[in-house]
Design a protein around this ligand. Structure first.
Ligand SMILES: O=C(O)c1ccccc1NCC(=O)[C@H](O)[C@H](O)COP(=O)(O)O
Length: 201
């Protein structure tokens, strides 16, 4: 079964909807501007989220001290690095936090896919660019990969069927389940339904 990450959740109602539709992961973004949550907001959200749903913290070249604190206090259960972090950063963070590390790589060429394949993180995530852009990349490039990956970037109800045909380890969606910049109950419901229907086939 393909796993699902709903990313960029930032309101109490988003937690209620996640609890209802039960994605495999919920994403809290500690980067950028649009969907950013503070550590304090994330703690409040985590307390509303079903404990069985791991929260993934999304960061861009963040101070490892903050990441470490969010892990230690139980706010997040996995870390997504979305800022082109170096191998040295990934290795040092792995020594410090003992939760799964996911490294996002912007895919524009076969060389990018090779870079993703060589990542020292526990998982890789293929995305269009800086994250949360709502744009897809050329998925044909992913076909060379033998390593399991999260597929991200511009997923929505229109393209999820084709995305699942690539057999990624997980799909990651944010913009595609939003209307006017906030999560949309009906779009989440429809997206999750497509996933469950495809998994039944
Ligand atoms: O969402 C953001 O604003 C963001 C900012 C900086 C780094 C990462 C960010 N988001 C990551 C994600 O939401 C997902 O991992 C992924 O990029 C999905 O994005 P979308 O294309 O919007 O579905």
């Amino acid at each position: 079964m393909t796993k699902v990450k709903l990313c960029g959740l930032r309101r109490p109602c988003d937690m209620a909807w996640a609890n209802e539709f039960r994605p495999d992961y919920a994403g809290f973004v500690f980067a950028g501007k649009k969907r950013r949550v503070s550590p304090e907001e994330a703690l409040r959200l985590r307390l509303l989220l079903d404990p069985r749903i791991p929260a993934i913290g999304v960061f861009q070249n963040e101070d490892p001290e903050l990441i470490s604190r969010l892990v230690a206090t139980g706010v997040i259960q996995a870390v997504q690095l979305h800022g082109g972090e170096t191998d040295a950063y990934v290795t040092a963070l792995k020594r410090r936090v003992h939760v799964p590390l996911i490294q996002a790589v912007a895919i524009a060429s076969a060389a990018d896919v090779q870079r993703a394949a060589a990542s020292r993180a526990d998982y890789i995530l293929l995305d269009h660019g800086t994250g949360g852009s709502g744009q897809t990349f050329d998925w044909h490039l992913a076909k060379q990969l033998t390593r399991p990956y999260f597929l991200a970037g511009g997923l929505n109800c229109q393209n999820i069927k084709a995305a699942l045909a690539l057999q990624p380890f997980a799909v990651d969606v944010s913009s595609g389940i939003e209307t006017d910049g906030v999560k949309d109950y009906e779009k989440i419901r429809a997206f999750m339904q497509y996933i469950h229907e495809e998994d039944m086939l």
